[in-house]
Ligand binder design. Structure first.
Ligand code: ADP
Ligand code: MG
Ligand code: ZN
Length: 285
């Protein structure tokens, strides 16, 4: 089955609409141990050999926060010109998913460690665009599922699934921008420049190698359009886990063209998660 998505040309989309973007970037920290236990974070070990009662969420286990993880989060917050909370706490984000052994992710909700910052990003032609930062908060990674027996490696058609919890509990920092407005036709370029600048910053701080091709840094691209001159944001789509600079730019560009096609034919955008396909440069629901 092939599905095609209606698009309008990029130029026509920008003639009628202003894009609004929000970028959520997850960075795996390069700490030696996990966020709440002493298990190693080294890659390449046999499945489930780097686990313990804490990161498996067994009853009675007591998490203890990784001091280096907190210091790394503060460094990132300061580098992003954020205010640093003198008091913050973790929250349980409950959802049912097999790659999360505890059935909740330990994250931060209303009291993130860093908030209200900005990052000035330079584009290819030298122009500087300021991206406002909403928050940077600490959380932990999930495990990894492998679906076996099907043709595609996806869960549909698989005969069984394997779970590796070595990654569960590795420290993550999530950095969330405020809605990015005013970039106009340069929005996809701003998205790419922002992620590049953030990656260089994180490397310079020495808190992570931030290698996108290894999943150490991944970006969710939220995008909506509003008719030119409007002041109320449209409904956003969220393209998850985009894992290269080029793909960040392409995903934003594709979503601008897709949203414009839906809106200009009288349709409505549904708020949903979408997946970016490297090979076609398109997103699917
Ligand atoms: P969620 O966890 O539901 O994705 P977050 O607040 O963590 O929510 O992230 C939403 C991201 O999308 C933020 O970067 C925010 O600035 C941005 N955003 C919010 N509303 C819109 C909108 N209408 N259009 C584009 N981006 C938006
Ligand atoms: Mg999101
Ligand atoms: Zn552990």
């Amino acid at each position: 089955m092939t599905t095609t998505t209606d698009l309008v040309s990029y130029e026509d989309a920008l003639a009628s609409y202003d894009p609004v973007m929000g970028l959520e970037v997850h960075v795996e920290l390069g700490t030696a141990t996990k966020m709440f236990c002493g298990c190693s974070t080294a890659l390449g070990a046999d499945p489930n050999t780097q686990t313990c009662p804490v990161c498996l969420g067994l009853p009675g286990a007591l998490p203890v926060v990784n001091a280096t993880g907190v210091e790394s989060a503060i460094k990132i917050g300061l580098a992003l010109n954020c205010e640093i909370a003198e008091w913050c706490r973790f929250a349980r984000k409950n959802y049912f998913y097999p790659d999360m052994p505890k059935n909740f992710q330990t994250s931060q909700y209303d009291e993130p460690i860093a908030f209200n910052g900005y990052l000035d990003v330079q584009m290819e032609d030298g122009e500087v665009f300021r991206v406002e930062i909403e928050r940077a908060h600490m959380e932990e990674d999930t495990g990894k599922s492998t679906h076996v027996g099907g043709a595609t490696g996806r869960i549909h058609g698989a005969s069984h699934s394997l779970l590796d919890y070595n990654r569960a509990g590795i420290p993550l920092i999530e950095i969330v921008t405020k809605p990015i407005t005013g970039a106009g036709e340069r929005a996809p370029e701003v998205a790419r420049a922002y992620v590049r600048e953030l990656r260089e910053l994180i490397r310079a701080l020495g808190v992570s190698e931030a290698r996108m091709e290894m999943g150490q840094m991944r970006c969710d691209v939220n995008l909506s359009l509003m008719p030119k001159g409007a002041d109320k944001f449209g409904t956003r789509s969220e393209t998850k886990n985009v894992n290269s600079l080029r793909s960040v730019e392409r995903a934003a560009r594709f979503e601008i063209q897709r949203h414009a096609a839906v809106l200009s034919s009288g349709g409505t955008i549904v708020q949903e998660t979408r997946h970016f396909h490297e090979d076609t440069g398109s997103t699917i629901s």
